[in-house]
Design a protein around this ligand. Sequence first.
Ligand code: CAA
Length: 283
Amino acid sequence: MDIKKVAVIGGGTMGNGIAHVFALHGFDVYLTETSEALLDKAINTITSNLDRQVKKQNITEDQKNETLKRIIRTVGIEKIPVDVQLIIEAIYENKEAKLALFKKLEDRMNVNCIFASNTSSISITELSAVCRPDKFIGMHFMNPVPVMKLVEVIRAYSTSDETYNTIKELSYKLDKEPVEVFDYPGFISNRILMPMINEAVFALMEGVASKEAIDSVMKLGMAHPMGPLTLADFIGLDVCLAIMNVIFEGYNDSKYRPCPLLKKMVAANKLGRKTGEGFYKYS
Ligand code: CAA
């Protein structure tokens, strides 16, 4: 299928980044939120990220303006045209909310529309079962979406080869590298990343080293662009904890138990950058 028209549902960090990348690469994007105020916020973020790309001379001012023109403000899923060829769901990480959304979309959208979820850890197979299993897939982008090359393409139990191949080709058109992964808890990205972050929090809790020292070891010794505690603040500690819980419960293996300090910080609402404080303070 030649995809030209897409809808992105959710304009938060991931959703606005996904809309940005699709629009920049020539797709018409119905960016869907629940209110005008949330759309304003998403479009302001996209504009400032495009400005950053103009400043770095990665794109021209004209490309920026064309990109913004291709983003169609959409309040409510009822306003998404039924003939879009791909829907990417990027709402908050809550299984019941995602299941309810996909059930509604199933009743409304054309039968050949592909449904994708950007979930970071919820089972793609479980989501696919309430709508169109063969035309359902995980498209897991990384934050910041305009910068990171990876799209983890997750095949649900019944995802067809045709759906997979369409999404693989589409990812190349976005100038991304698709990587095929099967649906198991945490997929590959978070199955490996989150236990590393969790272990860094254990090391901090046990007093093995200071937070700065832990981050320095991984930055200077392993060439990671951010240390694990800085990265946890960037992702959001609540997101890290939720993903650890999915992996822990999914494998029922104590090696994935979330660190008590991570749980305590989430309980204290020290969620990282988004609340102004996590392992570090942000102004
Ligand atoms: N939009 C557009 N461009 C952006 C951007 C954004 N939001 N953020 C950064 N950039 C661009 C900058 O313009 C810059 O471009 P050039 O290379 O052309 O100069 C480049 O990215 C680097 O940015 P900076 O120089 O400002 O800062 P930096 O060198 O410190 O890099 C970073 C910032 C790209 C975020 C880098 O620190 C990094 O790669 N960190 C690790 C990010 C990571 O691990 N992401 C995955 C998180 S896990 C996840 O997303 C999945 C999940 O399910 C939880």
